[in-house]
Design a protein around this ligand. Structure first.
Ligand code: CAA
Length: 385
């Protein structure tokens, strides 16, 4: 049977960030609460000319070479940060990347889970049509109310994955385990710019969903816990991954080895939550921060989207995977950034949201090629530099 999975993976993060030490100082909180209690150092902050479309286009442009573009017949765009109630954000990316018109484009939503839904659907499609490729993009801006406990768990980023037959990076294995439950731990009614969240409850439900998804994975014949070379978890903040691995180790009566999760947290600690993209940022971080050769080794992945849908699945790292990684580019994106003062962060937090239908030009601030140039007659206009 043909192997299907991730051939290439790339992420993008804007150039501005708020150091959580700055937030702690402003709020008069012990910085250790964020550094150790939450497990985060920085939160990425988009500028006013960046949104889920521009950061998605940045991430995807790195992995779509001309020969791939010709074979891409589907773009799956996963986001919680929708910019339109009707039109899929991926259609803008499709145009910005000059993808072929004989292509389907659709947006998927279920909080932070939708990236995994997109990946699984892409694998199913390529299994049926192995000569085709699917561009999967997870792109989100996590923005909570200023002054709320969740403020320290904001962030922003996009991950793009090219799904193909005979993938260069990871084979996604067919067995997975799911857990769904209708709960209100995090939600965003149409009239709100920021989500409502029952924070403590959400962490409890995350762990219960992990247990449910793992049980289903095991019942479906999934790999044993001790076969996995590494684990990647959805990381709203990295301390959540620590709690998750403690729980999964305990369920499996195994040693709680932090070495199995630390490489997958390095990038997330510097970016913050990027909802649908977080698990895949963790996957990129893991692949680029494990020194040992992972060729042929299985890894466990856990995806959680509040509301709630969760999935545990496994993937096998492919021989030669290192040649496919964009490690230098990713490390440069993370190191070449600018720290914001608290006042500048608050100004950027208030992204313009004009309702009047007039023409609003966005000042140039993004570091990438793609920008939201203006909003006019309720239409968003994007351009590539
Ligand atoms: N030094 C070290 N640690 C400290 C400390 C200090 N000085 N002060 C506090 N801490 C520790 C606390 O002991 C606590 O640790 P434990 O969780 O191990 O008990 C931790 O820091 C957090 O502190 P609080 O208990 O005071 O919690 P908080 O009021 O800061 O809220 C939160 C934390 C609930 C996660 C909040 O940030 C939040 O609501 N975030 C958004 C929701 C979220 O991310 N939920 C995750 C699961 S849902 C999901 O995954 C989907 C998604 O992406 C949203």
């Amino acid at each position: 049977m043909t192997k299907v999975g991730i051939d290439k993976i790339s992420f993008y993060v804007p150039k501005h960030y708020l150091a959580l030490d700055t937030l702690a100082e402003e709020k008069g909180i012990d910085p250790e609460k964020f550094a150790r209690g939450i497990g985060q150092n920085k939160i990425a902050v988009p500028s006013h000319d960046e949104d889920v479309v521009t950061i998605a286009a940045e991430a995807a442009s790195n992995i779509v070479a001309a020969e791939d573009a010709d074979k891409i017949d589907t773009v799956l765009f996963a986001t919680e940060t929708g910019i339109d109630q009707s039109k899929a954000a991926g259609v803008y990316v499709h145009r910005l990347l000059d993808l072929p018109s004989r292509c389907r484009v659709v947006e998927l939503k279920h909080a932070c889970y939708s990236g995994t839904a997109a990946l699984q659907l892409a694998c199913g499609h390529v299994t049926r049509k192995p000569d085709r490729k699917v561009l999967v993009i997870a792109s989100d801006i996590s923005r909570y109310d200023l002054g709320s406990p969740a403020e320290a768990t904001q962030g922003c980023g996009a991950v793009a994955m090219l799904v193909s037959a005979d993938p260069g990076l990871m084979e996604i294995e067919a067995v997975s385990g799911c857990h769904s439950e209708d709960i209100m731990d995090f939600w965003r009614p149409n009239h709100r710019k920021t989500p409502l969240v029952d924070g403590k409850y959400s962490t409890i439900k995350y762990l219960q969903a992990l247990s449910g998804a793992w049980d289903d994975f095991a019942e479906n014949g999934g790999r044993a816990f001790n076969e996995m070379a590494q684990f990647c978890y959805h990381l709203p903040f990295t301390a959540m991954g620590v709690k998750a691995h403690r729980k999964l180790s305990s369920i499996n009566e195994a040693q709680n080895d932090q070495g199995l999760i630390e490489p997958g947290m390095v990038y997330n600690r510097e970016v913050g939550n990027c909802y649908a993209a977080s698990l895949y940022l963790s996957l990129t971080s893991m692949l680029e921060n494990v020194d040992a050769d992972l060729s042929g080794r299985p890894v466990g992945l856990f995806s959680y989207g509040s509301g709630a849908v969760a999935e545990f699945f496994s993937a096998v790292v492919q021989p030669g995977y290192r040649d496919q990684l964009m490690e230098h580019q990713h490390r440069t994106l993370l190191s070449d950034r600018t720290s914001l003062s608290y006042q500048d962060y608050v100004e950027m937090w208030h992204a313009p949201d004009p309702h009047d239908g007039l023409s609003h030009i966005t000042p140039h601030a993004a570091r990438g090629r793609f920008r939201l140039t203006h909003i006019d007659e309720h239409k968003r206009h994007y351009a590539a530099a």
